[in-house]
Structure formats: C-alpha cells, structure tokens
Design a protein around this ligand. Structure first.
Ligand SMILES: [Zn+2]
Length: 221
C-alpha cells in the first residue's frame, strides 16, 4: 500500500465512525440473519484457537472467511509463544480444557514488523525484551539464517521459523501434552500469511500427538 493511501485510510477512521460502523454492521447482519445475535449470545463452541500477530492487517476471521463464534483468538506482537506468558497460557488452558478446541493455529505473516525489528540491532524500547524471544529463534537456526544474505529472504524465512518455533512451544506446554496423553483430539499447526497476496501457506509442521516432540520436552503425567 502506498503511503498516501495509507494516510487517507487512517484519516477516515474516527472515534465516532467506529460507533456508526458498529450500528451499520448490526443492521446489515440482522437483515441477513435475524437470529444471529440470539444464537451467538447463547454461548460459544469455537473449534479453533488462533495465535497470531497484533498487526492490524492480519485479522483471524476475515482472512479465513469465518464468522464471530468460529475462532478463539490470542494475538500479540509477532505471534510469540513463551512459557511464562500468563495471558497466553490462560487462553490456551481455557480453549483446550474448557472449550475443547480441536485445532491450534499459530499464524505468522510476511513483512512482520516485530520479526524485522528482531533482525536488526536498533533499540526500540520495552518491546526489545519481547522481541528477544525472536532473536532466540535466529540463534537456534543460526546455520540456516547465516546462509541467507538477501534481507527480504532473511525476513521471510525468519517469519516462517518464528511461527514454527511458536507452534513447537505450544506443543511442549503441559496443557497440550496432558490433552494428548488423555486422548483428546487436538492438532497444532503453523501457518504464514502473505500481506501481498492475502493467501495463507501451511508450513507443514502439524502435530496431533507427542511423538514428534523432542524428548527433552516430553513430560510424564
Ligand atoms: Zn506482525
């Protein structure tokens, strides 16, 4: 998107406009489906947990053509999964043990500002400590990353590796391992979304049991 268009678009969004937008959406939704809110207000049973980036251009529902009620969502900068993040662990625990979701999808996106910042050495602020988790991903894949010289390709590959490592971190939680040990149907996936095409690529690291988990992370109940 060119800078001018971006400015125009940002300019059009006003505080009042958001509230008007809500009213318009309700009217259009009810016109299409008069029972929509009655049905949704009765409860939720989403089959999917989405762990994605906070980036405004990667909204889980729109890019998967799904509706409210379909996806339980957790988003943070650069879709990082760490085992000390109580927010993420609470979302994970609730979605696996209460909602009984069937799929956990970690979705990164090319052109991720958080990933690009982690590739650089410029201090941004508090967020540097959060992005340090992505520097760990660079360190873990140093051999491969050192062979990629082109900055665009380095960024794209790190986006993929970061999503894969985040998915691996989901798999190694006690929450997911206990669900698998009890025979619960649950798959973990890593995806990457292209801002340029709108298309999602499955990074083919899906797991639905602990067989592929590194022995170092395997826990006994
Ligand atoms: Zn991002």
């Amino acid at each position: 998107m060119c800078a001018k268009l971006e400015q125009q678009q940002a300019h059009q969004i006003t505080y009042e406009g958001l509230l008007k937008g809500n009213k318009d959406w309700v009217a259009a939704t009810l016109k299409e489906d008069p029972q929509f809110f009655d049905r949704l207000s009765a409860g939720q049973a989403p089959p999917v947990l989405w762990i994605g980036c906070s980036d405004s251009r990667v909204p889980a529902n729109q890019i998967t053509n799904t509706m409210p009620g379909d996806i339980f969502v957790h988003r943070n900068i650069a879709n990082v999964v760490t085992h000390t993040d109580m927010n993420l662990l609470s979302v994970l625990d609730y979605s696996v043990n209460v909602l009984k979701i069937k799929h956990i999808i970690v979705c990164g996106h090319y052109g991720c500002g958080g990933v690009n910042a982690a590739l650089g050495d410029k201090q941004v602020g508090l967020i540097d400590n959060w992005l340090r988790n992505i520097k760990d991903v660079i360190r873990m894949h140093e051999r491969e990353m050192s062979t990629i010289k082109d900055p665009q390709k380095r960024s794209d590959r790190l986006v993929e590796l970061n999503a894969i490592e985040s998915a691996a971190n989901v798999m190694s939680t006690s929450i997911v391992q206990n669900a698998w040990a009890s025979g619960q149907e649950l798959s973990v996936h890593a995806w990457v979304y292209s801002l340029k095409t709108g298309l999602i690529t499955d990074l083919q690291v899906s797991a639905s049991n602990s067989d592929e988990l590194s022995p170092v992370f395997k826990m006994k109940a």
